[in-house]
Design a protein around this ligand. Structure first.
Ligand code: CUA
Length: 317
């Protein structure tokens, strides 16, 4: 990071320029209307002030063209804001399928970052350049907010659920990471950095990143040690529903609802299985709330995600 003064942080993500342009537009609209309103107030104060012989104003006769103009012009300006904003928001909300997943766990007062390939980091996040990234975030205690100004990304990190944020890094470099939600005494110290490396450097970093086993391997160990496999066995008549090919599929619930098995669903079904009971199964599973940490939940979710119908997923351990 440099100490040069600048109005805007450098642009480190693909979406940053779009967001800046939208911001310039909002600033321009605000500037124009502020000037118009205060200008008109000033002019009218002088022009229509009380003068001898003009104590009472003339009744106002509205012109229909004027009415139409001040409805249509702001409407167009607001619609531009809406569609432009929605266009900028969509890629943050919806990650492409080839995105690299990184799990983020916030806690008072640090960021823990877990790569699917194994390495985990604290207050430091290494990413490859030119790749779509998806962050899957949760908190162990209070609300935090993951904020990287250079990426124009800010998203609240909430206890008890997952929020996601995706972006694509563009330039190599180091970018500041902040917590943008007041979360207690050392909130201001909950900072870190994001290091964007070239793809080859990133591979080297991953390889040097200890001999950590992959997230799915950790999840599988946990899955076995918690005894999950006793009921979730892939056999007819098993007490728990099959987990093969579950991730991303539609699940029919006892109460008639239908949900998509995303990460949030998987997490909830571990901590509170009764919340969304699968049709045709008994509420036998114990709730794991408080028995597994958020980091362990991330591992379990990653493992269940890896269980594909064709069995291919099991190979990536
Ligand atoms: Cu975490 Cu502020």
């Amino acid at each position: 990071m440099d100490t040069d003064f600048r109005f805007f942080p450098e642009q480190g993500s693909l979406n940053a320029a779009t967001i800046d342009h939208l911001y310039y537009y909002l600033l321009a609209v605000t500037f124009v209307f502020t000037t118009l309103i205060f200008g008109a107030v000033g002019v009218f104060c002088v022009r229509y002030r009380r003068r001898p012989g003009r104590d009472v104003g003339r009744p106002v006769r509205t012109k229909i063209s004027l009415e139409i103009a001040w409805i249509v012009i702001p409407l167009i300006l607001a619609l531009v804001m809406f569609f432009w904003g929605a266009g900028a928001y969509l890629p943050i909300y919806r990650a492409p399928s080839n995105a690299l997943d990184v799990y983020v766990v916030g806690r008072q007062w640090m960021w823990k970052l877990q790569h699917a390939e194994g390495p985990s980091e604290i207050n430091e996040l290494h990413l490859p350049a030119g790749r779509p990234i998806r962050l899957l975030m949760t908190s162990e205690d209070v609300i935090h907010s993951f904020f990287v100004p250079a990426f124009r990304m800010k998203q609240d990190v909430l206890p008890g659920r997952y929020t996601t944020m995706s972006f694509e890094t563009t330039r190599l470099g180091e970018y500041a990471l902040y917590c943008a939600e007041y979360c207690g005494t050392k909130h201001s110290g909950m900072v870190g950095r994001v290091v964007v490396l070239s793809p080859s450097d990133y591979e080297r970093w991953l390889a040097g990143g200890l001999s950590a086993s992959s997230l799915t391997a950790k999840g599988q160990r946990l899955f076995l040690s918690l005894g999950c496999a006793t009921c979730h066995q892939e056999a007819p008549g098993a007490r728990g529903p099959s987990l093969l090919g579950l991730y991303g599929s539609r699940v029919f619930l006892q109460d008639g609802r239908e949900v998509v098995a995303d990460e949030s669903y998987l997490r909830e079904s571990i901590v509170d299985p009764a919340a969304k009971l699968v049709a045709g199964y008994q509420p036998l599973m114990p709730a794991f709330r408080g028995r597994v940490s958020e980091e362990e939940l991330v591992q379990l979710v990653a493992y269940v995600r890896s269980l594909r119908r064709d069995g291919e997923g099991r190979a990536d351990q």
